[in-house]
Design a protein around this ligand. Structure first.
Ligand code: SAM
Ligand code: SF4
Length: 327
């Protein structure tokens, strides 16, 4: 049997985040400049067949779980075809989607039918005017409607990701937490990361997760919770008394998870990135298109996976918007 993939620190790689596009129908304040970015030319973007081929070669080395992300993955045409191709790869146990939710009501049923297991919906406000201001687009997105639609078509668990920004949406922390009382949803509050081109947001907008939890405690005592049954990743979970769902915090700015990091990223143009931060990446598109086996490239990428990211030391250097690296 082929030796499982392990990096130089013994961490195994069983989770791959796949960016299927760098484009988006939103322009979130913390992610993209208002005018968008320099988009990748179509010819440089991996086809669904190429993505499935790369996953097919990684699965025998221990890859088990996938997340489809972007940019906004649901704006790439026929996304259900990719889901079906990934579902057919032996060894893949779990396929998740990260989306801004705008197209989820329309696409949820066919994505589910193609084999999608679960979804993370990004939602930074429950108020229509604020959603439009933060995303710089008025597309009629309603987070509660999107999550309800996702639940109805059988996606499970449903996670809602909120980037908390002081003075922008931090007054809605309790409203979001309240959703978990009546719905079996998992609301995760993410610390804003000061990356990319976001001049309107600075360190002053970062709300530490301890402060977020203190606000939620105004609603009731928080008990530590196991959180969702699948895909716990780097969040710590709690539950309000009697709640059907849970609340979680993801704290890239005040803690690091690097010691237990088991994830790598495939960019839309076929580069394998072993850390969100820094410039550790290996081109897979050239060997894929040249019909070469990918395993030596996987092993080289893994050998270079850094012990931990440099964000806390603010050595973010050339870090691009998360949308470009499949955040
Ligand atoms: N478009 C999809 C979405 O919004 O869920 C998937 C891609 S988006 C880059 C993935 C996640 O990164 C979203 O939950 C978004 O809120 C988060 N994100 C992007 N920029 C961020 C930043 N500067 N700080 C914290 N989270 C960020
Ligand atoms: Fe688009 Fe997601 Fe970035 Fe918002 S966070 S601009 S929805 S890629």
């Amino acid at each position: 049997m082929t030796e499982a993939l392990r990096d130089q620190f013994g961490r195994s790689i069983e989770y791959l985040r796949i960016s299927v596009t760098d484009r988006c129908n939103f322009r979130c304040l913390y992610c993209m400049p208002a005018g968008g970015l320099q988009w990748l030319p179509k010819a440089e973007i991996l086809t669904y067949e190429e993505i499935a081929e790369a996953v097919g070669q990684l699965a025998p080395l221990g890859l088990r779980r996938l997340r489809i992300t972007g940019g906004e993955p649901t704006i790439r045409p026929d996304l259900q075809q990719l889901v079906a191709q990934l579902r057919a790869v032996p060894g893949i146990e779990d396929i998740a989607l990260s989306t801004n939710g705008v197209r989820l009501e329309a696409l949820g049923p066919e994505l589910r039918a193609a084999g999608l297991d679960r979804v993370n919906i990004s939602a930074d406000s429950l108020r229509a005017d604020r959603i439009a201001a933060i995303s710089r687009r008025n597309l009629g997105f309603d987070p509660v409607r999107a999550a309800t639609a996702a639940e109805q078509c059988g996606l499970d668990p449903i996670k809602i990701n909120v980037v908390v920004m002081r003075g922008v949406n931090d007054d809605e922390v309790e409203d979001f937490a309240r959703l978990t009382i009546d719905h079996p949803w998992h609301v995760r509050f993410i610390e804003l990361m000061p990356v990319g081109d976001m001049r309107e947001l600075t360190w002053e907008h970062v709300v530490p997760s301890d402060e977020v939890l203190a606000r939620i405690r105004r609603l009731g005592a928080l008990e530590p919770s196991a959180g969702p049954a699948r895909g716990n990743g780097p969040a710590a979970y709690y539950a309000l008394p009697g709640a059907r769902g849970s609340v979680g915090v993801i704290t890239p700015m005040t803690h690091t998870y690097c010691g237990s990091c088991n994830r790598v990223r495939l960019t839309a143009d076929g580069r394998l990135r072993t850390c969100l931060f820094g410039d550790h990446e290996v081109d897979l598109r050239t060997p894929l298109r040249g019909g070469e086996p990918l395993e030596p490239y996987f092993r080289r990428a893994l050998a270079e996976k850094p012990r931990e990211h440099a964000l806390l030391q603010m050595k973010v250097g050339g870090l691009k918007a998360l949308s470009q690296v499949g955040g």
